[in-house]
Ligand binder design. Structure first.
Ligand code: AMP
Ligand code: ZN
Length: 141
């Protein structure tokens, strides 16, 4: 897509600090890293977000994730690593070409925070069962 900034990085019409490339994906340094070594992994083919991807495209993308994560782990020796992928503006997506963030983690003040805030300690089992049944019905359809 001509107007998409990540398509332009794929084409090479704007610069990107590439760390990995294969037939289906590229990975490059995030221009505004939240921690040292923050990398984005994207499909070469324009897909807006996860809902827009085929199973094969998703498989091709995730196939590259372990080796990139391992290279980051070896290079920066972080204490941990978060993989993050935002879908839709409410979830924080600002660039509408699918991208998975690989964010090496160093300590609590390293620039990235992720905190789950469950509202109850134990969600009612019967409600979980109903939610699961409804989701499963869609997946089986
Ligand atoms: P998200 O908020 O999940 O859509 O993340 C978009 C990410 O793309 C942000 O972390 C930006 O810093 C990054 N970004 C935007 N433009 C560029 C660019 N030209 N090169 C590298 N990273 C970029
Ligand atoms: Zn694109």
């Amino acid at each position: 897509m001509a107007s998409c900034i990540f398509c332009k990085i794929v084409e090479g019409s704007i610069p990107g600090e590439k760390v990995y490339e294969d037939e289906h994906v590229i990975a490059f340094m995030d221009i505004m890293p939240v921690t040292k070594g923050h990398v984005l992994l994207i499909p070469k083919k324009h897909c807006e977000n996860l809902y827009d991807m085929t199973e094969e495209e998703a498989a091709n993308l995730f196939k590259a994730a372990p080796k990139i994560a391992t290279a980051l782990k070896e290079e920066f020796q972080p204490a941990g690593m978060n993989l993050l992928q935002n879908n839709g503006s409410f979830a924080g997506q600002t660039v509408y070409h699918f991208h998975m963030h690989l964010i090496p983690r160093y300590d609590k003040s390293d620039g990235f925070q992720l905190e789950f805030q469950p509202k109850v300690e134990q969600f009612p089992t019967d409600v979980l069962t109903e939610l699961a049944a409804n989701i499963k019905q869609r997946l089986d359809a």
